[in-house]
Write a protein that binds this ligand. Structure first.
Ligand code: NAD
Ligand code: MG
Length: 381
């Protein structure tokens, strides 16, 4: 069976791995649309390898430059929010890979669902911001949200057809990031370069910083809560530095199922693209003989306060997870620009949560209004 894809965020870490999977199985996939912000060199090369219906970039200036480079071609070149929405909903795809980073992924993800497309979801921020709205819309339209995030793919695989009804809890594994063993007393001197050196995974900058603060695990707990319909108290986190077990499901009878594999995102990406099939690939195999050991330890919640901030925001509900997400994005950018220190990331998020008391949000527009308010207020500070 041929699956027609739109890949949003095609020049990123997930986007390029997705194209790797697609190009290894040309008989199974056809790429209809690509979307990215501004990396025109890479995007142009991607367009030339596939006969697309649409390619879209962030600005009209970038679109004009891309049109000039592509010359005469059947591929339409779009731009801005409209282009992104068109790629998600109206470019002939039946599965949309949502792999833009940050809150910018919410509108196209929702657009894809409203247009009745299945979504392979990497953009966890859209579920953090609007998990109830997004999952309710998916149920209404009868479309699937297939997890790309490795932990969620693991849970999805361990749940099988039974779903979450006989589950006692799910346990998301976390590598602990680059500062797992570093003493908190030295956290003030952490540089962006140090924080960008993830021990096990190679990823985009934003999620790499989130992994160093453990906010990534906080966002993933919220993502799991919405994807699998489990209350927050049934979603736990454990540190597993080797990143071989990607997550676990504990059933009511004490049986625990885990999914293992090498730390290579092409495995969960491919499963989302070929579900419910599995296909042969050339991703390196897990060699159990060469594993020195699998170890586990509890999270040091004082050293990494972002995890509890995420639980707190999710339990408060309403606008709070949107506030958490927006403040985190601002804080991560400021840290990367060396405007704040590593330890100020949770401080800034704490302040934003206190400054924006929970309120109800009933639509994606209201969610985006909260997102803009948080960013505006942080700019004024
Ligand atoms: P990345 O920074 O490598 O790539 C981001 C992509 O989004 C790029 O193609 C960029 O051009 C595009 N983009 C950004 N803003 C845009 C905008 N306004 N309009 C159009 N395109 C825009 O990020 P990544 O590491 O690939 O992560 C993408 C998403 O996947 C994030 O939500 C992340 O949390 C999630 N995720 C990533 C990994 C991983 O291994 N990298 C694992 C799990 C989940
Ligand atoms: Mg993950």
């Amino acid at each position: 069976m041929m699956r027609r894809l739109a890949i949003l965020g095609s020049t990123g870490s997930i986007g390029t791995s997705t194209l790797d999977v697609v190009e290894a199985h040309p008989e199974h996939f056809q790429v209809m649309a690509l979307a990215a912000r501004a990396n025109l060199d890479l995007l142009e090369a991607q367009v030339r390898r596939h006969s697309l219906r649409l390619v879209t970039v962030a600005t009209e200036a970038a679109a004009q430059e891309l049109r000039r480079r592509l010359g005469r071609t059947a591929t339409e070149v779009g731009s801005g929010a409209a282009g992104l929405l068109q790629a998600a909903s109206d470019a002939g795809a039946d599965l949309v890979v949502s792999a833009i980073v940050g809150g910018a992924g919410l509108l196209p993800t929702m657009g894809a669902i409203m247009a009745g497309k299945d979504v392979a979801l990497a953009n966890k921020e859209s579920l953090v911001m609007a998990g109830d709205l997004v999952t309710a819309e998916a149920r209404r339209r009868g479309v699937r949200i297939l997890p790309v995030d490795s932990e969620h793919s693991a849970i999805f695989q361990c749940l099988g057809d039974g779903g979450a009804s006989q589950v006692r809890r799910i346990v998301l594994t976390a590598s602990g990031g680059p500062f797992r063993t570093r003493t908190r007393a030295t956290f003030a001197s952490i540089t962006p370069d140090e924080a960008l050196r993830h021990p096990n995974w190679s990823m985009g900058k934003k999620i790499t910083i989130d992994s160093a603060t453990l906010m990534n695990k906080g966002l993933e707990v919220i993502e799991a809560h919405w994807l699998f319909g489990l209350p927050m108290d049934q979603v736990d986190v454990i540190i597993h530095p080797q990143s071989i077990i990607h997550s676990l499901v504990e059933y009511v009878d004490g049986s625990v199922l885990a999914q293992l594999g090498v730390a290579d995102m092409r495995i969960p990406i491919q499963y989302a693209l070929t579900y419910p099939q599995r296909r042969v690939n050339r991703v390196p195999r897990l060699s159990l003989e060469r594993l020195a050991g699998l170890t586990f330890e509890p999270v040091d919640r004082e050293k990494f306060p972002c995890l509890d901030l995420a639980y707190e925001a999710a339990r408060a509900g309403g606008s709070s997870p949107t506030v958490l997400n927006a403040a985190n994005e601002v804080a991560v950018h400021r840290f990367l620009d060396r405007r704040i220190g590593f330890e100020e990331i949770p401080t800034l998020i704490r302040k934003a949560l206190d400054a924006h008391p929970r309120r109800a949000v009933g639509s994606v527009e209201e969610v985006l209004e909260v997102d803009r308010e948080v960013r505006r207020r942080l700019e004024d500070d």
